[in-house]
Design a protein around this ligand. Structure first.
Ligand SMILES: C[S@@+](CC[C@H](N)C(=O)[O-])C[C@H]1O[C@@H](n2cnc3c(N)ncnc32)[C@H](O)[C@@H]1O
Ligand code: SF4
Length: 407
């Protein structure tokens, strides 16, 4: 990963207290505000760490006195103000507060986060405003406060409804809590609620997945994300797999679970719109579509990544360093890169190929078109007008399809 300066940019990686100068070139700012603009806010706190997770998040014990939700919030306000100055403060179309565990901030804390986005940038009419939440740190009052504060969408980390699967994942909520939380969110008035599932956990059986799908469907949500369990290097799960205490997820099992998820969700009116995401009509997550469609977004908070007009950058990861750099008046940028035309092309193929709307044929050069025709002949892509769309079998092999087209 490039952490140095980028031609045309003044970027540096600095130690605590030093001034970093990061500036977007004029070329990146052309058209900002005429394209959809999103804000991602990273909340880097969790009550405990799940053994499979390698996200940039910290428990209170890991942070000690070096950083707190208060120092993070002060840093966030400063970062959003600097971001608004740099970009000309376009009205924000989508906000996504993710983590970590945003719900640890409580309803008032999350309303303050949205208040900070509003006061720096302002929200576009009809903006989509999502927060992730862990089922165990939510309540009816929490959801009511979020709705009153301007949130429009809730995403809950359910993962599974089977007790023994939740245990392997180190989840602290009871099997029924995620569905109860989704029902509470809907009763509070949220029309858009997502449940995240993880499939392929060691020890998960077909009937456990069915139990989870029954639970998801009983919650009446309009969006589901389902992720194959990834054994990330450096996690407690990876150590258990390496020591032979747990088996690694099996590819054939993952494929059959994916097919089961897709069939049951489709039958219930939730259609795939990205390989790992299903939604009712008009309920796709607009913020995530912005990432996949090459949109502009500012990622605020420790370790958050941003993309504006072909420039990508990422913040320093530790909350103490993040807060210190902002207190010193600098953006906490850890590194940046100017995307080349080739980078943009590869990303566009990788991301649009995973969408139900498909990969635009016009995006491909002659050699790539010939490769794509072979993938069509193999039954993994299908032509739909001027786009190439993954078939059901193609979705199971999406990464291989992209590699073949780009080779
Ligand atoms: C990083 S979490 C943040 C939300 C919240 N803290 C939670 O756990 O529900 C977002 C989602 O990423 C998914 N996830 C995280 N690590 C994963 C892994 N190693 N494999 C598959 N999915 C993962 C989980 O479904 C989780 O709900
Ligand atoms: S999965 Fe969610 S709750 Fe678990 S450690 Fe990661 S961010 Fe925290």
């Amino acid at each position: 990963m490039d952490t140095g300066g980028v031609s045309g940019l003044s970027t540096s990686t600095v130690g605590r207290g030093e001034a970093a100068a990061f500036a977007l070139p004029e070329s990146a700012l052309i058209g900002v505000g005429r394209r959809p603009f999103g804000i991602y806010v990273h909340v880097p706190f969790c009550a405990t760490r799940c053994g499979y997770c390698d996200f940039n998040t910290y428990t209170a014990g890991e942070l000690g006195t070096s950083a707190s939700p208060q120092s993070w919030m002060e840093g966030l306000r400063r970062e959003l103000d600097l971001a608004a100055q740099m970009t000309g403060a376009p009205a924000v179309d989508t906000v996504f507060v993710g983590g970590g565990t945003p719900s640890l901030l409580g309803g008032d804390g999350l309303a303050d986060v949205l208040g900070a986005v509003r006061s720096s940038f302002g929200l576009a009419d009809g903006a989509e405003v999502t927060t992730e939440s862990n089922p165990e740190s939510t309540s009816p009052e929490f959801f009511e406060r979020l709705l009153a504060g301007g949130f429009t969408r809730i995403s809950l980390g359910m993962q599974s409804a089977a007790q023994h699967v939740l245990k392997v994942l180190d989840r602290t909520h009871t099997p029924g809590r995620a569905v109860a939380a989704a029902l509470e969110a809907r009763a509070a008035g949220f029309g858009h609620v997502n449940l995240d599932l993880i499939y392929g956990t060691p020890g998960e059986r077909d009937e456990d997945l069915d139990l989870s799908l029954d639970a998801v469907l009983s919650a009446g949500v309009d969006h589901v994300s389902a992720y194959a369990l990834i054994v990330e290097d450096g996690t407690a799960l990876a150590r258990k797999v390496r020591r032979g205490e747990l088996p690694a997820p099996d590819d054939d099992v993952l494929a059959s679970r994916y097919e089961r998820i897709d069939a049951r969700l489709a039958e219930a009116g939730l259609t795939w719109y990205e390989v790992s995401n299903w939604a009712r009509e008009d309920a796709a997550c607009q913020h995530n579509l912005g990432y996949w469609d090459g949109g502009d977004w500012w990622g605020a908070g420790p370790g958050a990544h941003s993309h504006v007009g072909g420039v990508r950058w990422w913040n320093v990861k530790h909350p103490a360093r993040y807060a210190d750099q902002l207190a010193a008046g600098s953006l906490p940028v850890g590194g940046s890169e100017q995307l080349t035309d080739e980078d943009v092309h590869v990303e566009r193929v990788m991301l649009t190929a995973r969408l139900r709307t498909g990969l635009p044929v016009a995006e491909l050069d002659d050699a790539e078109r010939r490769a794509a025709e072979r993938v069509v002949a193999d039954g993994l892509l299908v032509r739909a007008g001027e786009h190439l769309v993954l078939t059901d079998r193609g979705r199971l092999l999406a990464d291989a399809v992209v590699r073949t087209v780009l080779r």
